[in-house]
Design a protein around this ligand. Structure first.
Ligand code: UGA
Length: 435
């Protein structure tokens, strides 16, 4: 199949490279000439494990191309995927579809013949209908079809998620569109990945429902963690105890500082906006958003308590700044309200992140950046594990104790064993570990 991917962000670049790796002929188009130039030079615009090698090997085999020229990019396409950004619209939380619709207008004029236009970007219910309308209005070739094919990959594990999905979801109203997508995903189908066909609106909503449900699991376990602390129970055991029930499932039950990233915060808000537009209440998702915002804002209080009740004049070291490990993405990261809360309380803050420094620095004015975990910990009253990068899992705790001024270890990801920490002479405060 000849596939064009419009947009070389997370979803576009990873999907394009993986589809090329299956043997399809893929052209990725992006308006950003600097970005395309960098990719041509082998520099990835995002930090994602395995991506650089995958892009390079498929470029070398002649299956993966990059261009800024949309008309050239779609000249031979059978299917055109739209994978441009849909950020939250400033002020109201609605998904901003400016980039999607601009791409569709341009595409309509550039298409030499009918294709299947596939939205991969996360878009609100009804966007496929509007795309269809715009294509007609702009004179796209007769027979051009629109399908929805939401992506479920996670940053940091994007390639594995794309290649081994739990399911592939295709929302389409035409048999031909279903056939083309079945053909595109045939290599995965052979791996027994279920290919689920639904109506277009259903597919669009399913993506939001999936992210909202996962966000709900996280907020649920975070509130249970608070209760564990109050009653003297251990949230990790509770999570295991409920997660072994197949009806509940063990994943996304890690208590922590609240969810961040480019998806859950934005998609839960967008779902609420859609519900509002249609006059339907969504009290659960609304509460999830509220619980998560409050949780992120409350993390600096945990540190304050760990250093004796006042942050004034205290030094705090933060380990990990990105919203999760294996990414340089800082969007809506819990580290941002945490660092701000600490600074507002009168603490000085030193921080270290294995790859996020460049993205983090502009967002965290007043924070000092260290070259490694030990440099950050030197002279600190409290050491806070904010993001569970692997390199923080086996720190030399005795050395940490020696170089710190105080002794508080606040483990917001529960990666340490209380006893091991206390044996090294530090005090331990995890999340939901009340025992
Ligand atoms: C999420 C979904 O997991 C993907 O399926 C989806 O495709 C993607 O959004 C998207 O819509 O594009 P992502 O945002 O990359 O992926 O990251 P997650 O691994 O889901 O983590 C999101 C946040 O939840 C992180 O801040 C993480 O630390 C937090 N989290 C996750 C927890 O606090 N506890 C958990 O048990 C799991």
């Amino acid at each position: 199949m000849r596939i064009t991917m419009i947009g070389t962000g997370y979803v576009g670049l990873v999907s394009g490279a993986c589809l090329a790796d299956f043997g399809h002929e893929v052209t990725c188009v992006d308006k950003d000439a600097a970005k395309i130039g960098l990719i041509h030079d082998g520099v990835m615009p995002i930090w994602e494990p395995g991506l650089e090698g995958l892009v390079k090997s498929n470029q070398e085999r002649g299956r993966l191309h990059f261009t800024t020229d949309l008309a050239a990019g779609v000249a031979n396409a059978d299917a055109v995927f739209i994978a441009v950004g849909t950020p939250a619209r400033r002020g109201d939380g609605h998904a901003d579809l400016t980039y999607v619709y601009a791409a569709v207008r341009e595409l309509a004029k550039a298409l030499p013949r009918a294709v299947v236009v596939v939205t991969k970007s996360t878009v609100p219910v009804g966007t496929g209908d509007e795309i269809s309308r715009i294509l007609k209005e702009e004179g796209a070739p007769e027979g051009t079809m629109v399908a929805s094919n939401p992506e479920f990959l996670r940053e940091g594990a994007a390639i594995a998620d794309f290649k081994h999905p739990d399911r592939i979801l295709v929302g389409a109203e035409d048999e031909r569109a279903r056939e083309v997508l079945a053909q595109i995903y045939r290599p995965l189908f052979l791996n027994k990945a279920p290919l689920l066909f639904t109506g277009r609106r259903t597919a669009e909503l399913t993506k939001y429902a999936a992210n909202a449900f996962l966000a709900m699991k996280i907020s649920f376990i975070n509130e249970i963690a608070d209760l564990c602390e109050a009653v003297g129970a251990d949230v990790q055991d509770v999570a295991r105890g409920i997660g072994l029930d197949n009806r509940i499932g063990a994943k996304f039950l890690h208590a922590g500082p609240g969810y961040g990233g480019s998806c859950f915060p934005k998609d839960t808000l967008a779902l609420l906006k859609t519900a509002e537009d249609f006059g339907v209440r969504q009290r659960i998702v609304s509460t999830v958003v509220e619980v998560n915002d409050a949780r992120k804002a409350a993390m600096s209080d945990r540190v304050r308590e760990a250093v004796g009740g006042s942050l004034l004049g205290k030094r705090v070291a933060l380990l990990g700044l990105t919203f999760k490990p294996n990414t340089d993405d800082m969007r809506d990261s819990p580290s941002i309200p945490l660092a701000k809360g600490l600074l507002a309380g009168g603490a000085s803050v030193a921080a270290y992140d294995p790859v996020g420094r460049e993205q983090a620095e502009p967002l965290l004015p007043g924070v000092e950046f260290a070259a490694n975990a030990y440099e950050a910990a030197a002279g600190a009253d409290a050491l806070v594990i904010v993001t569970e990068w692997d390199e923080f899992r086996a720190l030399d705790l005795r050395r940490i104790r020696q170089i710190m001024a105080g002794a508080a270890l606040v483990d917001l990801r529960n990666i340490y064993d209380r006893q091991a920490v206390e044996d090294a002479g530090l005090t331990y405060r995890g999340v939901g570990r009340g025992t």
